[in-house]
Design a binder for this molecule. Structure first.
Ligand code: 5GP
Ligand code: MG
Length: 170
């Protein structure tokens, strides 16, 4: 597998993102909400560097792709989410691709009464976005390739890799 972003570069960048986030919230309490399962490593690494009063929670969002793709279909499960009414949310996802997932999840959190929602993604794929959406904190912009590792999967494989790699087709 071709390594696109080494484990070292990821760790350095996560340090920088955490510092930016701490400056932005300036001592205010934050509820960090990770979108499972891709957010796994990013969430674990980032929250250990955020020196703020934080709560950590998770939400599930699955879109149907490939053969079973239905335009705009996305299932959000928030059974694991505590009461977020009036809370400042920092939403974490592995990658911003078309933007549909994050747009929908942000709307969902606002609907549940969040006071504010800021978004941090590890990766942003260039030239793929279909809906306008600006994340607040971005780790890396990457070319339009299918990537795995550091939480990102193909059929739930490769999530454990400490780097981000390009999965070769076939
Ligand atoms: P969006 O709604 O922005 O199109 O999709 C975001 C979701 O699609 C991500 O959370 C991720 O689950 C999946 N995704 C998009 N691009 C990739 C990729 O290159 N590799 C992997 N493993 N998942 C991706
Ligand atoms: Mg995802």
């Amino acid at each position: 597998m071709e390594v696109l972003i080494t484990a070292d570069r990821i760790q350095t960048r996560v340090d920088e993102l955490a510092a930016e986030i701490v400056r932005t919230y300036d001592g205010k309490p934050v509820t960090v909400v990770g979108i499972l399962t891709g957010c796994l490593m990013f969430t674990a690494d980032l929250i250990r560097r955020i020196d703020l009063p934080i709560r950590v929670a998770f939400i599930t969002a699955s879109s149907y792709r490939g053969e079973t793709f239905v335009a705009g279909r996305l299932e959000i499960h928030d059974e694991l989410l505590p009461d977020i009414a009036g809370k400042h949310i920092l939403l974490l996802d592995d990658i911003l691709d078309t933007g549909k997932t994050l747009t929908r999840v942000v709307a969902h959190l606002i609907d549940r009464g969040a006071a504010s929602v800021k978004v941090s993604v590890l990766l942003r794929k260039l030239g793929r976005q279909e809906v306008p959406f600006e994340p607040d904190f971005v780790g890396f912009t990457i070319p339009d390739k299918f990537v795995v590792g550091y939480g990102l999967d193909f059929n739930d494989e490769h999530r454990h890799l400490p780097f981000v790699g390009i999965l070769q087709p076939g």
